[in-house]
Design a protein around this ligand. Sequence first.
Ligand SMILES: [Mg+2]
Length: 254
Amino acid sequence: MTQGIAMAAFLFVTDLDHTLVGNDLAMAQLNGQLDAHRRQHGTTIVYSTGRSLTSYRQLKAEKPLLDPDILIVSVGTEIYLANSDSPDLTWAEVLSVNWDRDQVVAIANQFDLTPQPTSEQRPFKVSYFLAAAIAVELLPKLQAILDAKGLEAQVVYSGGKDLDILPCRANKGKALTFVREHLDISPDRTVACGDSGNDLSMFCDRAERGIVVGNAMPELLTWHHANPSSTRYLAKKSCAGGILEGLHYFGFLP
Ligand SMILES: [Mg+2]
């Protein structure tokens, strides 16, 4: 890659927990470079997290995160553009189509699932805790019943513990497409970073560049190895160190 490319703006999208956040020293180094790149070249910084807005703000109070240009929370179901306090309505309208939250909850309640705290239950996200050992058998059964009832809902499992049920039109990957098209940035100037199952949609059949951090969860790693792609990089280093490694690999940073 040439120096010239590293001097041009790009769209940087990253998961937070165990991707951007997890190694304070490496994050400080990455933040310094990203902040400078944003000021000098107009690079856009987007966080895409499974956390709710409430839970994101808790993390922001604990860790020195840069202010993102756009914030995507609750596994791609809410998009906050340009520091807005309310989620983007166009995106909410897209997700509303054929989404029946009450029916989804009623079906999930047929299973022995532990609900996540109220703050994590969102208009377009129903969330439970579920142990990995049980998930293997339970997830396909749950998805099959949702499908059989004609509900356009998808089951997403992350971090060996989080079960989210979302509208089929929502996930981190679809939110990424929405934001990228909103900003009118090409896929080859866009890079997404992640570590777990809910990040998979940012990597699966995508034209954007992808960085899987070295500490990625088995649910993502297994898929990555089974579906190699020249536009996706598996870092050796963990968390922000892995992101930096990938940004150098693709030539986004000099
Ligand atoms: Mg994560």
